[in-house]
Write a protein that binds this ligand. Structure first.
Ligand code: FES
Ligand SMILES: [Fe+2]
Length: 356
């Protein structure tokens, strides 16, 4: 619940206020059509749809008269929404344009919030904070994913846990070996030293290990099977709503027709829904064996299984925080947490700036 959020310690935790002035993914572009949908982003319920012109309109999902949810209302041909309770009608600017019970009254004194929105394939982004600060250039660049030499699988989970737990999970990949086993983990990957770099608010963790085959997930699709390779693994916290993870598999021998480099590159779109629940989309990209729609589907199916293990871990951890009665419990940090701790310090700072 938003009302319970507070700034404590010197690093962010699950109770830290959510960061409003940032872009967050609202939905897949392909799923937004000319019908009303709703979704909660940072404790704000939104109603959205695709207009006749083809743009996406996002408004407050709460009628300014008596709070009726507008996604349970009528979308008219002219892109206005007529409230399903007493009929107040709003245009895409959020302005009330008609009060059916008082047609002689100028309705302009009533309005609902209109949200800045940007469509950047394959996602729709929304800005829940101050509209004046909504600069589209702040949306991370991933246009390359739409190019012909890239293929990708996709997935979505609703996670019953704070969004920082998802970022933290992605910044410490020592969990591969234990949570996912051979699908993603190997012994040397686990033991590799982690380097952390920070640039502005971006935190990157990097590790390299040599002399083992690619993890099981990529054995067939790369064609590398059991050939020993050099594995470079990088994970970056980019913004509160976006994280990317990319690997480089280097086969210096060029065992497959001389090819020496294979790049899986995963886009993680992480939107806090409420203080303790999150929306999590991913695009699991690869620059090998593409285009191949069947393989895209295979990656969607497999990553959904793998990421369910992350979701499960995060939800159990959230359960512990919420229910296990040990008020003096303190987390202990180990060296591989360095990136995650840095990320939590940055979010702590962002929360302080937001409160000033
Ligand atoms: S609640 Fe929407 S018109 Fe009354
Ligand atoms: Fe994981």
């Amino acid at each position: 619940m938003a009302s319970k959020s507070k700034i404590t310690n010197n690093i962010a935790d699950r109770d830290t206020p959510l960061i409003k002035n940032s872009w967050y993914v609202l939905d897949w572009s392909k799923d937004v059509g000319p019908e009303l949908r709703n979704r909660m982003v940072i404790n704000q319920d939104l109603v959205y749809f695709r207009t006749k012109e083809g743009t996406v309109s996002v408004l407050q999902n709460r009628c300014a008269h008596r709070c009726f949810p507008l996604h349970r209302s009528t979308l008219h041909e002219n892109d206005t929404i007529q409230c399903g309770y007493h009929g107040l009608t709003y245009n895409t600017e959020g302005e009330c344009v008609q009060i059916p019970s008082a047609l002689d009254l100028n309705p302009s004194f009533i309005s609902i919030h209109k949200y800045p929105v940007v469509e950047k394939s394959p996602m729709v982004w929304v800005w829940p904070g101050d509209p004046e600060k909504a600069d589209p250039k702040l949306i991370p660049d991933y246009d390359w994913i739409n190019e012909d030499d890239w293929g990708y699988g996709t997935g979505f989970y609703h996670v019953k846990g704070n969004y920082l737990a998802i970022h933290e999970n992605l910044l410490d990949l020592t969990h591969f070996q234990y949570l996912h086993g051979a699908v993603l983990g190997t012994q040397k990957q686990l033991e590799a030293k982690v380097e952390v770099t920070v640039k502005d608010n971006k935190v990157t963790t990097y590790r390299v290990n040599e002399g083992e085959p690619v993890p099981d997930l990529h054995k067939e699709a790369t064609g590398l099977k059991d050939i020993p390779i050099t594995r470079h693994g990088t994970a970056s916290f980019v913004t509160p709503g976006f994280h990317e993870g990319y690997s480089l598999f280097e086969d210096k021998q060029g065992s497959n027709n001389g090819r020496t480099e294979y790049k899986p590159h995963i886009l993680h779109f992480i939107t806090p829904e409420t203080q303790y629940t999150s929306l999590y989309w991913w695009v699991f990209g690869r620059n090998f064996s593409a285009p191949d729609k069947k393989l895209d589907q295979w990656y969607s199916d497999v990553t959904r299984k793998v990421f369910e293990e992350d979701k499960d871990a995060i939800e159990w951890i959230e359960f512990q925080w919420a229910n296990d009665d040990r008020p003096d419990f303190m987390e202990n940090h180990v060296p591989s947490d360095k990136g995650a701790v840095k990320m939590r310090q940055i979010v702590h700072e962002l929360a302080i700036q937001q409160s000033n």
